[in-house]
Ligand binder design. Structure first.
Ligand SMILES: C[S@@+](CC[C@H](N)C(=O)[O-])C[C@H]1O[C@@H](n2cnc3c(N)ncnc32)[C@H](O)[C@@H]1O
Length: 320
């Protein structure tokens, strides 16, 4: 048994086709880019310059350079791209026309569905791919507070915002466990917490690929504390998305079961074209709150992506 199979062995009972999961986890991730809607006019300019019509997309521009592009079925304005080794060194990237991001990590901002003018808190934001998705989705209106404990990890977030023309993000380098409670309330928040990264097995960067097995059971305390603090900053009726790039119920369902009270409802959701399995309501002999079934588990072999787990949680308004 190799490292990949060993890392996934504990999920044999949870997954429909364990061999397919192990097999896909040994293969590199497809490369995905999304078009920046804030730079639409510059895409038009380049398109006309290479003889395309004004409605052309970043995908069309990349295709004229000989790259193989395939639109994502579930998200408009994003493509899988083959034949480009360093997408960060393309003109389209330098000009802020596009951003490179792992496919399934686009899902949390879809589920959050922040609207123009809202106040959003991205609690563990660096290096900031999801912050960028949220901010451009709000069309540079409202406020996105992008927080992270580690200032050095906030540097790429800052430069990505600058490159993409994002103006509605403010950056705070605060330990989430002590985040000021008078900084809100927020309409929505993303809690993309530090985790053991089991879903990153396909990532080619050695630092990211490293699964931190020892953390599967040890991270729950931090995750639950961050959730508890953030929850106090969410307005009644507001929505929190809790996400991890890991499979461990100890870092997902068990955290929500422990940290959420009666003022929280884990809501069901569906992203058309992106298959997920339901969350678990029993693990290691313990029954969990019934709405844990509404978590979405994205297994790599179902959509040929990395792995992710996402919960959409609504804070019940005072009048119910
Ligand atoms: C999974 S990563 C976030 C990825 C990010 N959402 C993105 O899309 O690029 C988790 C982040 O949590 C941060 N973190 C860890 N402990 C924290 C704490 N106590 N308060 C705030 N952030 C913390 C880490 O520095 C790390 O950047």
């Amino acid at each position: 048994m190799d490292d990949t199979a060993r890392a996934l062995q504990r999920y044999k009972e949870l997954v429909d086709d364990w061999d397919a999961l192990v097999d896909v986890s040994r293969r590199p991730l497809p490369l995905v880019v999304w078009q920046n809607p804030l730079r639409r006019t510059h895409v038009e300019r380049l398109a006309v310059g290479v003889g395309l019509d004004r409605g052309a997309t970043v995908g069309d521009l990349l295709a004229t350079r000989g790259y193989e592009v395939e639109p994502l079925a579930w998200r408009k304005g994003a493509w899988r791209v083959r034949g480009v080794d360093k997408p960060g060194r393309t003109l389209e990237h330098y000009l802020g026309l596009m951003h490179v991001q792992e496919e399934v990590s686009l899902a949390p901002s879809e589920v959050l569905a922040a609207k123009a003018g809202e106040a959003v808190l991205d609690f563990c934001a660096a290096p900031g791919g999801k912050t960028a998705c949220i901010a451009v989705g709000m069309r540079n209106t409202g406020t996105v507070v992008a927080n992270d404990l580690r200032p050095q990890r906030l540097r790429p977030l800052r430069s990505n915002c600058e490159r993409l023309g994002i103006l509605n993000v403010v950056i705070t380098p605060i330990n989430g466990m002590r985040f000021p409670l008078d900084a809100g309330p927020f309409d929505r928040m993303l809690l993309d917490v530090p985790c053991s990264c089991e879903g990153n097995l396909r990532d080619s960067r050695p630092s990211t690929r490293r699964v931190r097995h020892s953390q599967v059971e040890g991270r729950g305390g931090l995750q639950a504390t961050l959730l508890g603090r953030a929850w106090k900053l969410l307005r009644p009726g507001g929505v929190m998305v809790y996400s991890t790039c890991t499979f461990a119920p100890e870092e997902n369902e068990l955290v929500l079961d422990y940290a959420l009270g009666e003022d929280a409802v884990i809501e069901p959701f569906e992203i058309a074209g992106l298959r997920h399995d339901p969350g678990v309501t029993r693990w290691a002999g313990k029954d969990l709150r019934a709405d844990c079934a509404n978590l979405a588990r994205y297994w790599p072999h179902h959509n040929n992506t990395g792995g992710f787990t996402i919960a959409r949680i609504r804070k019940v308004a005072a009048n119910g």
